[in-house]
Write a protein that binds this ligand. Sequence first.
Ligand SMILES: [Zn+2]
Length: 309
Amino acid sequence: MNRIPNRFCLRTLTIVLSLWSVSLSAAAKKLNLVTSTTDLAALAQEVGGDRVSVEAIAKGYQDPHFVEAKPSFLLKLRQADLLITVGLQLEIGWLPPLINQSGNPRIQIGGAGYLDASQFAEILEIPTGVVTRAMGDVHPLGNPHYWLDPDNGRRVARGIAGKLGELDPPDSAYFKQRFEDFDKRLTAAEQKWDAEMAPYRGRKIVTYHNSATNFAKHFHLDVIGYVEPRPGIPPTPSHTIELVGLMKRENCKLVLVEPYFDLKTPQSVGASTGAKVVVYLPSVGGEKQVTNYFELFDYDIELLKKAFQ
Ligand SMILES: [Zn+2]
């Protein structure tokens, strides 16, 4: 009498248990990624899909050269399978002690779970000759703000996909496929962005810090100067006077400011030259609505179009 329902129950239980173990193994298989910045997190998420969990240490509205090291980051780093950094000493002021104190041998520099993304990117402004502190406080190995060129986004995404495949060989084809899909979407977006920016080729701009160099190269803008006298050095009155003179001579009508800098000097430069002062986003998450790599360019290009019109 009871055999049929019992067998039914047993089979149901078996199915439930096997589904549970499948979902458990899928969850267990997820690679635990930590990135120094939101942009790297966005690229890692594009290629990692549902096989990774990704968390960035710096917020998109923070200055990535100077991040307050919270103890909660240590726990995340302790459990990480992979740490992805921008490199070129962008994070030198805050990340090395966190890596040391994490006690995680995988993510130590040179470890299998440490990936310096700068190796994949085209790097601009690499200093030649002897580098001294007089050249500024940051960027001794070249400009680390390379992710603002979509071609570098593509290169870094390809590099991350390769690394994920090394760490999780059974899913390497999945990561490769995810990269190819990202590459297609990025190529289509780039054509749209290039067309939108084409009317403004050669426009002269000034930026606070030299974080838009790769962006300017890709979209053919001409960065003629910086509010900072040197990278990482706060504005000085003499430099600001020189900058105002330069902008007047060159008829430069736009100053771009990263969200983490004081607007006082840029606004006085704007008042003296008639230039617009616009806060642009160097990173994903700089504003709430900018949640991925594509939305970052959408946002900044919209901003520039308005500013140039
Ligand atoms: Zn910088």
